[in-house]
Design a protein around this ligand. Structure first.
Ligand SMILES: *Cc1c(COP(=O)(O)O)cnc(C)c1O
Length: 447
């Protein structure tokens, strides 16, 4: 063990991952070797070979752990890469509140137990125009809570055109079935009218549900029941209305040249009783499921014992509150990384691409600055490409898959996409302060 630990490459690992982890790796390699040597009567491999095995094991373990990556895919809300990066203010709030104790469930005025949800309620009401709000783990949990509370053993009416499957196997009809509600489909794939909902009302109807068709579009000869009319129908019939909004924008994204995306404020203003959306999509905050809406409907959700199992951690609440405060401050949302990336001018991206080409171009590496398309991602605005700029890279052996794998193994790890036999690196999703890192990992590709 001491011989291993004295080796410079092993002590370097010690500084990165701690000696306990290094010792465990050495131990485990030695155990394997002892077992093989005894079982197969082999000679003990030379020390250098053992050293290599320890190094490989530590590298593999590090790879399997959660590590930071550079997102060169151009997909701003990449679910596989952790969706929305947090704003500095949100990170500061997490550090401050999580490194000590907080008034998470403590009412400082009364000196008695308080509600953790109260920490963000007023901010959610201020930013959405709703009367009350609740936060759970993610939007899927929010839908589950709504169905469990309102529709167990009863009927939920949904338009046929909105029976979505989002990523990770979340299919609206299946979630409905699991929550014990029965699905009543109305309309057709392309056209659903208010009268379709009206005709399907029965004694057993518990909920009129709208769902955002986040990741697909039905185009052409189409019709949908306007949300405001559906809400009025619900109010007339004494039946709650809910909307799975998915991405949950608080601001108008058309200012970035994107198509209109229904905002939370619009859904609330339409009179929908319960509007559910994600915290880490267009809101640009932590993973969370946010439900805003009418006070009486939210009160019913709050009384559901299931809420206890879906409750969010203090770090989530701290980050969410700090993110929402940015929306309250005029223009504060510009500090949210998602919107900063979205608003980056094309010229700036082109300049960065050209400077990078000058730095890393050489005979062994064919690098060009190219026009690309970024996407919002996260199941939002599926067809709306955003003009962007980046690099097209062809390595020495002209095997894009191979080059992409080497970039993913680089330090820092760079995730790219491949098109027409070249590795593409979109600079919109890479912060400018990481350009040195991009240059370094590309330089390493020459060898
Ligand atoms: C993304 C999305 C969800 C799921 O949100 P999570 O926060 O990932 O659980 C649900 N519904 C729609 C329409 C979505 O777009």
């Amino acid at each position: 063990m001491s011989r291993f630990l004295a080796e410079p490459e092993i002590s370097a690992w010690g500084e990165r991952v701690g000696t306990t982890v290094v010792k465990a790796a050495v131990d485990s390699v030695l155990r394997d070797v002892r077992a093989t040597v005894t079982r197969e009567r082999q000679n003990v491999p030379p020390f250098d070979a053992l050293l290599e095995r320890v190094d490989a094991r530590l590298a593999r373990e590090e790879h399997e752990g959660l590590v930071a990556v550079l997102n060169g895919t151009g997909i701003l809300l990449h679910t596989n890469l952790g969706r929305a990066p947090l704003a500095a203010a949100a990170l500061d709030a997490v550090v401050t509140l999580d490194s000590g104790y907080s008034n998470l469930e403590f009412d400082l005025g009364a000196g008695a137990r308080g509600s953790r949800y109260a920490r963000v309620t007023s901010l959610l009401c201020a930013t959405t125009g709703a009367r009350d709000a609740l936060v759970v783990n993610n939007c899927a949990a929010a839908i589950l809570l709504i169905l469990d509370t309102f529709a167990k053993g009863r009927e939920v009416i949904v338009s046929r055109g909105e029976l979505v499957e989002i990523g990770g196997g979340f299919r609206l009809p299946d979630v409905l079935a699991r929550s014990g509600a029965s699905l009543v489909e109305v309309g057709t794939t392309n056209k659903t009218y208010l009268r379709d909902f009206e005709r399907a009302l029965t004694q057993d109807t518990a909920l009129l549900l709208r769902s955002h068709t986040s990741n697909y579009r039905i185009e052409g000869f189409t019709a949908e029941a306007p949300a405001a009319e559906l809400a009025r129908l619900g109010h007339r019939a004494g039946i709650a209305t809910a909307e799975d909004l998915g991405s949950g924008a608080l601001i108008d994204v058309t200012q970035f040249g994107l198509p209109h995306e229904r905002t939370v404020l619009e859904a609330v203003a339409d009179g929908i009783d319960l509007v559910a959306f994600s915290g880490d999509k267009l809101l640009g905050g932590p993973q969370a499921g946010i439900i805003v809406g009418a006070a009486s409907a939210v009160a019913r959700l709050r009384a559901n014992p299931l809420l206890r199992a879906l409750r969010v951690d203090k770090a989530t609440l701290a980050a969410l509150a700090a993110t929402l405060r940015l929306y309250v401050r005029p223009g504060g949302w510009r500090e949210i990384p998602f919107y900063r990336m979205l608003a980056t001018p094309l010229d700036e991206l082109r300049d960065r691409a050209q400077r990078l080409v000058q730095r890393v171009e050489c005979a062994a590496l064919n690098v060009r600055a190219v026009a690309l398309q970024s996407y919002a991602g996260g199941g939002t605005l599926p067809q709306a490409g955003l003009a962007s700029y980046g690099l097209s890279v062809r390595g020495p052996d002209h095997a894009a898959e191979h080059d992409a794998a080497r970039l993913r193994a680089g330090r820092p790890r760079l995730v790219t996409r491949i098109a027409d036999g070249a590795v593409l690196i979109d600079l919109r999703t890479i912060p400018p302060e990481s350009d040195n890192d991009v240059a370094d990992v590309l330089t390493a590709l020459r060898r």
